[in-house]
Ligand binder design. Sequence first.
Ligand code: 4NP
Length: 145
Amino acid sequence: MVCLGNICRSPLAEGILQAKLDSNKYFVASAGTSSHHKGEQPDPRSIRIAEKYNIDISQQSSDHFSINHFDAFDFIYAMDQSNYKNIIKLARNISDKQKVKLILDELNLDKNLEVPDPYYGGDQGFENVFKMLNQACENIALKLQ
Ligand code: 4NP
């Protein structure tokens, strides 16, 4: 799960998808295309909205997306077009590129929809992001299992 800072959207996506999957069989992680917040805990607003739905993301720490992630993961979900493009720029070959998807393309709605960056907004933005990610992750979990 990849966003810009790895403190708002992708930590939520990681927590939500992992909660829907057997952790003995599936490993979900998240990272940011920027290293600006590397090592930081998720944003308190993301921690709070996850807690509301009984998901604990407080132990995550922000990681920087790197080419090693292409080797470590089967699927890479970008939260928006900008993250998608920045991940694709790092791809070494077609196989790397094929792993990268826009997460909301899993919702069978209009294509190319983005998870809006909630960083500069209020709590309602985080609730909205949680709901979008919850639906997308439900579809991803159904496909994987
Ligand atoms: P995220 O949100 O990409 O969902 O983690 C952001 C976090 C921090 C910043 C921007 C977006 N920032 O500009 O510091």
